[in-house]
Design a protein around this ligand. Structure first.
Ligand code: AN0
Ligand code: CP
Length: 316
């Protein structure tokens, strides 16, 4: 695998999941593969899980790891070409990227959507510049429009917990005080569409997503959507459609996932990528319940990252 930015880069999902479960059963089996190889993880945004799980995955493979938090200890980076750099940004991304590429074998990039300019976000300018100018294989650690390591971990988790061949998976919008990117829901939809699960998306009017959602069924009545669900995947996102791109249109806690909503499901498991705001997205009771699998889901981030790094190392 050269780059990993979306579901198509991983190939057939049944094979990827099989490989993930194999890696999980013996995560040090490939510890010689990454010897004398260096992973550079570049963060333009905060992270807890991605940072730790990806570093751990690289360590399992015997790699060295360098972590860089852009704008914290580095020169401030200009990302737009053509700008007269007479402001506070001392270096351009177009030099910084190939320089960073000199010091490593594989690059991971986290660069969220700015949520101001839809075209800029949906063109994936930052990660695409890394792909173009670093000279190294690049993987997404959540880019502007997708978070494939998360979706892969979500898929592994559903495969582990499902009790029917074709579970009903419901992704529900839930309220949050700040504007969040569409990357996690876009990506989750992309990966769910690549399975044969029954997949339903529910959100208030105005929160329609991009064409990533493919043929997924959209049901505006959250309660109706949740009926008979086997997995409830909660997530907030900011509006995608114009003229409200990047805006918070609602913080209506009638959409919060609570026990009464979970009672409509077929004893569903509760999932969230984390970090989660309790009693906005989900009540304490639901996230602490026996059916909450947010921790095993986060644990699988190590596994999804390890499969991706393993495949990238194998193709170096
Ligand atoms: C980010 C988001 O919603 O994209 C990261 C989630 C993995 N969440 C926040 O910024 C709270
Ligand atoms: N789920 C996830 O990507 O978490 P972090 O933002 O903490 O990395």
């Amino acid at each position: 695998m050269r780059n990993f930015t979306n579901v198509s880069d991983i190939g057939p999902l049944d094979i990827a999941v099989k490989e993930a479960l194999k890696v999980k059963s013996d995560r040090f089996a490939y510890s010689a593969l990454g010897k004398n190889r260096t992973l550079m993880m570049i963060f333009f945004n905060s992270s807890l899980r991605t940072r730790l799980s990806t570093q751990k995955a690289a360590m399992n493979l015997g790699m060295n790891v360098i972590v860089l938090d852009v704008n914290q200890g580095t020169w401030k980076l200009e990302t737009e070409r053509g700008v007269i750099m007479d402001g506070d940004k001392a270096e351009h991304l177009l030099e910084a990227i190939p320089v960073m590429g000199c010091y490593c074998d594989i690059i991971g990039v986290r660069s969220f959507a700015g949520l101001n300019d839809k075209t800029e976000d949906y063109e994936e300018r930052v990660i695409n510049q890394f792909i173009k100018y670093s000279g190294r294989p690049v993987f997404s650690m959540e880019a502007a429009t997708r978070h494939p390591l998360q979706s892969f971990a979500d898929l592994i988790t559903i495969e582990e917990f499902k009790t029917k061949p074709r579970p009903k998976v419901v992704m529900t919008w839930a309220p949050h005080p700040r504007a969040l990117p569409q990357a996690v829901p876009n990506s989750f939809a992309e990966w769910m569409n690549a399975t044969d699960y029954e997949f339903v998306i529910t959100h208030p009017h105005g929160y329609e997503l991009d064409s990533f959602i493919g043929n997924a069924r959209v049901e505006y009545d959250q309660r109706k959507a949740l009926e008979g669900a086997d997995f409830v995947y909660a997530k907030n996102w900011a509006a995608y459609t114009d003229p409200n791109y990047g805006k918070v249109l609602s913080t209506d806690r009638a959409w919060t996932v609570d026990s009464e909503k979970m009672a409509l499901t077929d004893n569903a498991f509760f999932m969230h990528c984390l970090p989660v705001r309790r009693n906005m997205i989900v009540t304490d009771e639901v996230i602490e319940s026996e059916r909450s699998i947010v921790i095993p889901e986060a644990a699988n981030r190590e596994i999804s990252a390890q499969v991706v790094l393993k495949r990238m190392l194998e193709s170096l």
